[in-house]
Structures are given as structure tokens and as C-alpha cells.
Design a protein around this ligand. Structure first.
Ligand code: IPM
Ligand code: MG
Length: 360
């Protein structure tokens, strides 16, 4: 098979983790007889440095021309990087929001898994972590507060800022359908998270989700208020299978869930539209403090590439091979700095890439 993959190395540790992931993908291609064509795409600070803007029309066109896009991370240190002297709509993060919108990537899948080998890294009490957990956060990614109208006005010397949380029923329906479809392939439970005791958008969310649920009688649906969900994630994370929620709540809860695993350097993500196209990136950020030091953990990006193989190319066996290689390397005791524990062997980003590629 021919795979056209757009690569957005981005900023900070992005280029290192993408380079190692490409080596793992190349090993997959060699083993399974595929041909990969990579196109490099500039986004974020890397694009600002060259073009003055975080995302160009050419970059969007290059992403659209690919079957799928693999991304590292974007952004720098907001207190020191000159990128953050620019107006908000020209900073690195604006590029990310713009590409999500331009490619209609409304479904963001963020798995949060407690790996057996890394249980020690979980910050929860052992009696809670003992059960393990494996949840999928399904975050709506192109609506809500992020894309509603916003403005700051001033009257009589008093400034007022407004952000608008808007959803129409079609936007809710399409993410709900994806959520239930994913739940069907997992443990058939959806927890829909909202703030229906306060927000109209959440009340509509509930009605639409209830309606979609009728098409999935095998799936158990429960509703949970977002504040309660934040609490339940640390009280009993094993209760969750699929968490279905709107953009802003998903942003916050997915960070919380990843922290609870104790190993954010391990967590992948996928942003999908209605076709097979997807943008795949680690859940973590660009970690500018360790950029270029060969200490970053490439595993989250490698696992994002596995999601790409599975969701965009339907290459399940290849995706399994990548996930298996990760488990194998962990079992053999190799760790990058972020997940290091006593008795293990510490390796850098490059060597982790070598180890993974060898085990494909
Ligand atoms: C994320 C990030 C982005 C978001 C930022 C960088 C705009 O936090 O992908 O979760 O809020 O969506
Ligand atoms: Mg976030």
C-alpha cells in the first residue's frame, strides 16, 4: 500500500519525536511491504519563523493532499519566546486551531491508559490504581467556546470580554455518533459529560446524545456533570470507558486524565473528520525546556502513528505491531527520563526510537 503522510514536526521536542516515529513507521513499511511518502509541513512557531504566520494556505493544502498527518507539538515558552509577543491570532496555537477547523477535525480521541509496567508512576493511591484503567476521551474539537464569537469592548472606562459557547444539534450528533461507534469497539459504555444543571448548550447536548443512543442499544449511556467527572477521574478512574464531551470540558478533563496515568509521555491522540483523514499527535506539548537534549519520550508520538495506521489506513496488524513493540520495550526495562524508575535502563529519544524500530 502507498501511504501519503504529511509531517508537522513543529516546535520544541516536536522534530525529535517525529523523527523517531518516522523511523518506526519505516520499519513497519519495510516489514509489511508498504511505501510511505512523507511531506514536511510547517506549522506553529516553525512557520512563524519562516512565513510570519503559524499556518499558511500552502500548509493547509499540503495537509489536505495527504492521507493523514503526523504532528509533533507546537508552541514555545510563553514567557521567553518572541512568538508570544505577536497578537493572539498569530501565535503558534492559532495554527493548531486553524488546521483543526480547516480540515473539519471535529472528533478528538484521547486515550488515557494506565500501563501495567508503569503503575508506579500513577499518582493515585495503590488501592485506586490497582484496578488499572483504560479510557477514551472523545472531545468535540471544532465548536463550543473555542470557535464561538469573542470580543472585548470598553464602555465608560470598563472593559468587558465575551466568549460564546455555541453548539448546534448537528455538531453534537456527529461527535456523539463517533463516540458510540468507538464504544461499540471497546467496553460499550459512554459517559456523556456536560453542565446541564447550568448551560443551555449542555441541555441540548443531553437531548441529542440520548437520541443517538437509541441507535446503539448495546451501549450503556450515563450522564455526568463535568465537576463530578473531574472528581470521579481521581476517585475511581476504572469506571470509565468512553467519555464523550464538548471542546472545553474535553481539553481540561483530558489533561487531568493524562496526569492520572502518571505518564503523559505515553499518551497518543487522533483528530478525525468524516472521512478516513486524521491528524495524529501526542497528547503532550512541545516541552521547550528539554528540546534538543535527546531526553524526550517519543512513545506518545509512536503510539499516535499506531492510531494513524489503524484509523486512517485500516492497517490493524501493523498498528498492533507498533503497540506490541512499545509494550516489549517497556517489559525489557527501557525507559526515557520522564518514566524512569529504579532498576530500569534509561535511554534517550534516539535510542528509544532504535529499540522500537528493531522490535517491529
Ligand atoms: C490541546 C491544547 C490546545 C487546546 C491549545 C494548545 C490551543 O491544550 O490540544 O489540548 O486547547 O485545544
Ligand atoms: Mg489541552
Amino acid at each position: 500500500m502507498e501511504l501519503k503522510i504529511g509531517c508537522i514536526p513543529g516546535d520544541g521536542i516536536g522534530p525529535e519525536i517525529v523523527a523517531e516515529t518516522r523511523r518506526v513507521l519505516d520499519a513497519v513499511a519495510a516489514k509489511f511491504g508498504h511505501v510511505i511518502h512523507y511531506t514536511d509541513i510547517l506549522m506553529g512557531g516553525a512557520s512563524i519563523d519562516v512565513h510570519g504566520v503559524p499556518l499558511t494556505q500552502e500548509a493547509i493544502a499540503a495537509a489536505k493532499a495527504a492521507d493523514a498527518v503526523l504532528m509533533g507539538a507546537i508552541g514555545g515558552d510563553a514567557s521567553t519566546s518572541p512568538w508570544y509577543q505577536l497578537p493572539p491570532n498569530r501565535r503558534p496555537e492559532a495554527g493548531l486551531l486553524a488546521i483543526r477547523k480547516a480540515l473539519n477535525l471535529f472528533a478528538n480521541l484521547r486515550p488515557a491508559i494506565l500501563y501495567a509496567e508503569l503503575k508506579g508512576a500513577c499518582p493515585l493511591k495503590e488501592e485506586i490504581s490497582a484496578a488499572g484503567f483504560d479510557m477514551m476521551i472523545m472531545r468535540e474539537l471544532t465548536g463550543g467556546l473555542y470557535f464561538g464569537e469573542r470580543k472585548t469592548t470598553e464602555a465608560n472606562g470598563i472593559k468587558t470580554a465575551v466568549d460564546t459557547l455555541v453548539y448546534n444539534e448537528n455538531e453534537i450528533r456527529r461527535i456523539a455518533v463517533k463516540g458510540f461507534e468507538i464504544a461499540m469497539k471497546r467496553h460499550k459504555k459512554v459517559t456523556s459529560v456536560d453542565k446541564a444543571n447550568v448551560l443551555d448548550s449542555s441541555r441540548l447536548w443531553r437531548i441529542v446524545v440520548e437520541d443517538v443512543a437509541k441507535d446503539y442499544p448495546e451501549v450503556t449511556l450515563e450522564h455526568m456533570l463535568v465537576d463530578n467527572c473531574a472528581m470521579q477521574l481521581v476517585r475511581d478512574p476504572a469506571q470509565f470507558d468512553v467519555i464523550l464531551t464538548e471542546n472545553m470540558f474535553g481539553d481540561i478533563l483530558s489533561d487531568e486524565a493524562s496526569m492520572v496515568t502518571g505518564s503523559i509521555g505515553m499518551l497518543a491522540s487522533a483528530s478525525l473528520n468524516d472521512t478516513k483523514f486524521g491528524l495524529y499527535e501526542p497528547s503532550h506539548g512541545s516541552a521547550p525546556d528539554i528540546a534538543g537534549k535527546d531526553t524526550a519520550n517519543p512513545i506518545a508520538t509512536v503510539l499516535s502513528a499506531a492510531m494513524m495506521l489503524r484509523y486512517s489506513f485500516d492497517l490493524d496488524e501493523e498498528a498492533d505491531a507498533v503497540e506490541h513493540a512499545v509494550k516489549q520495550v517497556l517489559k525489557e526495562g527501557y525507559r526515557t527520563l520522564d518514566i524512569m524508575s529504579t532498576g530500569c535502563v534509561q535511554v534517550g529519544c534516539r535510542q528509544m526510537g532504535d529499540l522500537l524500530a528493531e522490535r517491529i
